[in-house]
Ligand binder design. Structure first.
Ligand SMILES: [Ca+2]
Ligand SMILES: [Ca+2]
Length: 496
């Protein structure tokens, strides 16, 4: 058995382990200027921090025992927003574990929690509302959406987050013990060992939610309608990239490997057949099947590492972290890592037991220490990204390169691409890997420099983008976080 998630380790051991782990891999620049700035201390076993995306710039901190605290911008003295300690069974890996605000929280006051309940430890996904008369306090009334029985005390998952599609995503663990004895993560008739996706705006069939019809086991297809992805062990923390919408999950391993997965619709992430890319020998006959999606990164249990705390892709504007880097940690060692272009590096080593990361409204990233702290990344030598400009854009058919002029409604926007001219005539390294955004949606983009005149960005449009008359707002986001000026294209009604 590996140590439980919230076991405190002796700090004197950590120092020695840090030495044994040594330097970052060759060629990886250590970002030594980046530090942690304390935001609040004295919390009671905090496990998450988030924001309500309502323009208030408040932070909301979940404490494991069952309290949510609210912190006003600039304050270091949080107040109680919700207290459900009487309902929550807390301790070890149990407690109030997840919190997510509805995308329209500002108008509908709805938010959602994930906790293990008294007395049986079952997982509860429930809805609450902020008071109409006081946005810093919640109503006591609870609407229970979903409960999942838990066969063991550990591996309760716990994450909640709304995706760019407006649906609520829920992380569940495999139910616990070790090595998934009930083989639940691979069983699509069980909700354990999964990422679930539900629509909380459309009740259905007596349930206070519905399942999106494009969930992989929706309707007549065998398997629970709520499942989005499966084969996970304990996806304690996951998050969406604010720009690309990609879902990054840190899946906690057994005795050997910690992994980071990009979660896609219907994906099977291998547990308990695989731990990372290592065959577990729980079901050796399945290890050659090739039916599983490998992690995008993994690390072994060297130097005391034992439990990944998944984090966030940095998309803030303060350059407190490298733009587009995924930041995560190991709970047991206190190390904080970056994943950039497939390469892992150690950002810093801390004495914290990092239970979670979180984001504020601006995309700045916070570190939650189970010992009672919330801190924020700070880079005193951050250099703001330089300005750059685009000067024109047009749309053409992918098959033959014919330009749409004027741009007219097309039922299948996927067959078209947008070409954006960079203003500079000399290619810039920061444009390699840049993303064209159309109406804020990130598109698959190539940067082509071997064309006469100026370098161009070429991006594939998505199906609905040319389906109706309207404006396309075009901008380019460079890998260093620099945003271009905005251009607009008019989509006109088709003449036929
Ligand atoms: Ca089904
Ligand atoms: Ca896996």
């Amino acid at each position: 058995m590996k140590p439980a998630l919230f076991v405190f380790l002796c700090l004197c051991c950590l120092v020695q382990l840090a030495d044994a782990r040594g330097e970052a891999p060759a060629g990886v620049q250590l970002l030594t200027d980046i530090t942690l700035e304390t935001v609040v201390t004295g919390l009671d076993s905090p496990v998450y921090v988030t924001n309500a995306a309502d323009g208030s710039r408040r932070l909301f901190i979940a404490e494991q025992a069952g309290r949510i605290k609210v912190l006003q911008p600039g304050s270091s003295s949080p107040t109680v927003f919700l207290d459900i300690t009487s309902k929550v069974l807390a301790g070890g890996e149990r407690g109030l574990l997840g919190l997510a605000f509805h995308p329209q929280f500002e108008s509908n006051r709805r938010f959602f929690v994930n906790y293990t309940r008294r007395p049986d430890g079952a997982t509860v996904i429930a809805e609450y509302r902020a008071l109409m008369t006081n946005p810093d306090e919640a109503e006591a009334g609870e609407i229970m959406l979903l409960t999942v029985a838990q066969p063991f005390a550990n591996h309760n998952g716990g994450m909640l987050a709304f995706g760019p599609d407006g649906d609520l995503y829920i992380g569940t663990g495999d139910g616990g013990s070790a090595n998934d004895p009930g083989n639940r993560a691979q069983n699509v008739n069980e909700l354990l060992g999964k990422i679930l996706r539900i629509d909380v705006d459309h009740p259905s069939g007596g349930a206070p939610y519905s399942s999106p019809p494009d969930n992989p086991f929706f309707g007549a297809i065998a398997g629970r309608d709520e499942i989005f992805a499966f084969g996970l062990r304990n996806p304690w923390r996951f998050s969406f990239d604010r720009i690309t919408g990609e879902l990054y999950a840190g899946d906690v391993g057994q005795d050997a490997r910690e992994e980071i997965d990009i979660i896609t619709n219907g994906g099977n992430y291998g547990w308990r057949v695989f731990e990372g890319t290592s065959c577990t020998n729980s079901d050796p006959g399945l290890c050659s099947a090739g039916a599983f999606t490998d992690p995008i990164a993994q690390y072994k249990h060297n130097g005391g590492r034992c439990s990944i705390t998944g984090g966030f892709v940095y998309r803030g504007s303060k350059s407190s972290l490298p733009f587009g880097a995924y930041v995560y940690a190991d709970f047991c060692t206190g190390e904080i890592f970056l994943l950039q272009n497939g390469t892992q590096s150690q950002l810093m080593d801390t004495a914290l037991s990092i239970s979670s990361f979180g984001e504020d409204e601006d995309g700045e990233i916070y570190v939650v220490g189970i010992g009672g702290t919330v801190q924020r990344f700070h880079n005193p030598s951050a250099v703001p990204p330089g300005a750059f400009a685009i000067r024109s854009a047009f749309i053409r058919r992918r098959s033959d390169g014919v330009t749409l002029d004027p741009v007219t409604v097309k039922p299948n926007g996927k067959k078209f691409e947008i070409v954006v001219n960079e203003s500079a005539s000399v290619p810039s390294p920061a444009s390699q890997g840049a993303i064209v955004l159309v109406n804020g949606v990130a598109l698959n983009t190539d940067y082509t420099t071997n064309v006469p005149g100026t370098p161009i960005f070429v991006a594939r449009l998505k199906r609905p983008m040319l389906a109706t008359p309207g404006q396309l707002m075009v901008e380019v986001l460079r890998t260093d976080g620099a945003r271009s000026n905005q251009l607009t294209l008019q989509v006109l009604p088709s003449v036929e």
